[in-house]
Design a protein around this ligand. Structure first.
Ligand SMILES: Cc1cc2nc3c(=O)[nH]c(=O)nc-3n(C[C@H](O)[C@H](O)[C@H](O)COP(=O)(O)O)c2cc1C
Length: 195
């Protein structure tokens, strides 16, 4: 199984979550984790699962102006992610081809408050995945930071658990025997494949 994780990150929070997801995926098969600045559209070729994550800015996905502000601040604080500069996920999605039913999930990082107040970048990512023909196998997920912009305790571990649950959905399957003895393999709640 090949998992590709594309992340956007200025302060490193989303990057750290992406690495935790990659750690879980790496125990199940090949994994590629790539910053959006280096993610050519071809990076997702042959992927069985595509995971896309980014920070929440102004209640949604980042813009070039908010990225610029974030990079400047992160550099000033000495917290800039190595691949902080450059285009974000909005631009990346413009280049991605339409796919046919490739499994995918979206996540974001955001402040620890009601999502109605903070917004969630993962909702915009999820919408774009759908528009590009990806088949989302789990709801978008958020990982939370405090008002000092540091991940809350336990969020990195929760990312591993979330990734395990997503991967279980993709590869675990539920074997079901029909009345005539035929086996069906349920790979997720929306699809039954003949085993
Ligand atoms: C310019 C800017 C705007 C932000 N706007 C929001 C927001 O609307 N809602 C929210 O929950 N967090 C917001 N945040 C906080 C980020 O989502 C949070 O710091 C995130 O973890 C950063 O991810 P990164 O470390 O991967 O860059 C904002 C941060 C910046 C720099």
């Amino acid at each position: 199984m090949r998992t590709v994780i594309v992340y956007e990150s200025m302060y490193g929070n989303t990057h750290l979550i992406a690495e935790r997801v990659a750690g879980a995926a790496g125990r199940r098969g090949d994994v590629v984790v790539v910053p959006v600045t280096h993610a050519t559209p071809e990076v997702i070729d042959g992927a069985d699962l595509v995971v896309v994550g980014g920070p929440t800015h102004l209640h949604g996905m980042s813009w070039s102006t908010t990225r610029h502000t974030a990079v400047e601040d992160a550099v000033k604080k000495g917290e800039a992610d190595p691949d902080a500069e450059g285009p974000g996920l909005r631009d990346w999605f413009h280049q991605v081809d339409h796919v046919h039913s490739v499994s995918a999930v979206a996540f974001d990082t955001r402040f620890d408050a009601s999502p109605g107040f903070t917004g969630r970048a993962s909702v915009g990512i999820s919408r774009r995945l759908h528009q590009h023909g990806f088949r989302e196998i789990a709801d978008p997920e958020s990982f939370l930071v405090d008002d000092q912009n540091h991940l809350l305790d336990g969020e990195a571990e929760r990312a591993v658990q979330w990734a395990e649950a997503v991967l279980d959905r993709l590869v675990g399957g539920v074997r079901t025997e029909t009345p005539d003895g035929e086996h069906l393999e349920q790979a997720d709640s929306t699809r039954l494949d003949r085993a």
